[in-house]
Ligand binder design. Sequence first.
Ligand SMILES: [Ca+2]
Ligand SMILES: [Ca+2]
Ligand SMILES: [Ca+2]
Ligand SMILES: [Ca+2]
Length: 363
Amino acid sequence: MKKTLLSLLFLTLLFSCQEKSPLQVDGEAELRIVAVWNNSAVDSIKNFVPLANSEMILVSEYGIRTEYTDESGILYLKNIPSSVYQISARGKHPLDVTILLVGNSNDLEVLSGMQIMDTIFTKPISSNGISINEIYAGGPVNSIFFFYDQFIELFNSSNEVKYLDGMQIFRVSGTDNSTKDPGDDWDDDGDIDGVTYAFKFPGRSGEKNYPFEPQTFIAIAQDAIDHSATVGTSIDLSNVDWEFVNQFNAVDFDNPKVPNLNSFRLDKTSDFMISLTSDIIILASGVDTVWEDGIDIETILDGVEYQSSNSSRKTLDDRIDRGWIQSPPKYNGESMQRREKGIDTNDGTLDWKVLHKPTPGWQ
Ligand SMILES: [Ca+2]
Ligand SMILES: [Ca+2]
Ligand SMILES: [Ca+2]
Ligand SMILES: [Ca+2]
């Protein structure tokens, strides 16, 4: 099997070099991808075994395409358009369906006329912490510029109770000057800069007053109101777990039945309003309480960037996430969520998908 793989890799190189004349029209490339998993713990000879019926997600400038490998772990596609592809293979572990196997192939360049072979080596993914699981930013279907029904959802994918005390949620969209981008480490000192809004759960990191039960979600609303009363196509957020309330803003709505995350950026009176189509959201432990000099990377639990167009430049530091989510159009009622709850391979491009309807507190 190993030998076969080596020859596959060799063929990949060989075919990659066979670029044909530029006269050929777009869409004549062929792609043969094999997904494999490492079986060495079970069988020391057959190290890599095909992953049958696994989901294959292909992301390119043409959008996101989902296919499946066959019984031999192979996906064969003809007539695919020229582009640079990010490809993710995801499947259930053949010996334990509770384990997800994930492998990614990044920046695969496909040109017309090419026959490309690629092998994706999948690995078991364990998720054992708190992650940002859904971002609903774009607003419902409406023509009055209504987007106050935004929410962020977290998931505790561990098997233990975690505590929210002191945890922080940031919007990171600030630039210092033309050379410094949001979510980048401006001074190369191990933190990310560009904090626009800084909100936190009550208390301090290490305290244990606000439990987050294992394998559960929490939804945090911009305002915990039944927004469908204002805009019929919107959603009811009156029963969410938490809401953002900027205590320096006298008119920010405060549902007394829903506990609050307050602002700790004293110079801002805005509610936690995020861009409808492109922004960076950071979740941090709360150990670093000083946002002004940047958020220490080691305290960041999760961070994601979403962008409306793949010509936009990703600016979030790669140590937080290597990819970015392609956001749905604004005022379209669509949301962004992880493909599998809590599963974070630190590649937002492949880990997330667009939902036709938001799902606050569930998946
Ligand atoms: Ca609010
Ligand atoms: Ca409240
Ligand atoms: Ca800091
Ligand atoms: Ca959800």
